[in-house]
Design a protein around this ligand. Structure first.
Ligand SMILES: Cc1cc2nc3c(=O)[nH]c(=O)nc-3n(C[C@H](O)[C@H](O)[C@H](O)COP(=O)(O)O)c2cc1C
Length: 215
């Protein structure tokens, strides 16, 4: 059964743009056929604890003898990695927080990006290579190509590096910018551009859910 792993990390449970977009993707995914499944993990409502020990960043064979990992943390890591392995497509709602990602999403990456298990260190190990990942990044200001903010987008390059380059996932990024145009008077003039970007991102959700769901 084609399975979508759907993660959200926005701390806004009422007006979140990323939640609206990922929900649209998930709905279109299930509309592909009755056997299309969604596994949901809300990183804001059900936050992960920070890594209790840095040893979890390494496969057991790469840990130092004195490094001890609590059994519960090891089990949690295995559950999170299994969710990824069992998914056909992964979808992440990733708002920009302080030019980076929400700490809840970062905590999830810290659990699943593991040297020697999901990324290669001493021998080839990229079990997630080629798995489609759609990242929906919402941001209050503008960081697109050529914008003054482009060099200070520290969110998407970091996600592409860890989940794409290092773990081998096939990353598609959908951004919608200027989401603060209605809240902040200084950005009011960009409200039209923000609405256009939102419309395009919404259409991309449906298109991607249909194309990735029919492979
Ligand atoms: C804690 C926090 C930090 C933020 N930092 C930034 C930022 O660095 N750059 C930016 O453009 N917008 C920033 N914003 C605005 C959000 O990116 C914007 O509201 C976005 O739409 C949030 O996604 P959501 O609508 O899915 O919740 C921040 C918002 C919050 C709550």
């Amino acid at each position: 059964m084609p399975t979508l792993l759907h993660l959200d990390s926005s701390a806004d449970l009422k007006n979140s743009v990323s939640r609206a977009l990922t929900a649209r993707f998930a709905t279109a995914w299930t509309e592909n056929s009755t056997d299309h499944l969604v596994v949901r993990r809300d990183l804001h409502l059900d936050p992960l604890p920070h890594l209790p020990t840095s040893a979890l960043h390494w496969a057991p064979r790469l840990r130092a003898p004195e490094e001890v990992v609590p059994a519960g943390a090891e089990q949690l890591q295995q559950v999170l990695i299994s969710e990824l392995l069992n998914a056909d497509v992964v979808l992440i709602g990733a708002p920009m927080y302080n030019w980076s990602m929400p700490s809840t999403l970062k905590a999830w990456i810290d659990y699943v990006h593991v040297g020697g298990i999901t990324s290669s260190i001493d021998k080839p190990a990229q079990p997630l290579a080629g798995k489609p990942l759609v990242v929906v990044s919402t941001r209050g200001a503008a960081y697109g190509a050529g914008a003054p903010g482009e060099p200070i987008d520290h969110e998407i390059p970091s996600i592409i590096q860890s989940l794409g380059t290092s773990m081998g996932m096939d990353v598609t990024v959908v951004t919608t910018q200027l989401t603060l145009a209605t809240r902040l008077p200084a950005l009011h003039e960009f409200a039209g551009q923000a609405a256009d970007e939102m419309e395009k991102a919404a259409a991309a959700m449906t298109d991607l859910a249909q194309s990735l769901g029919s492979r």
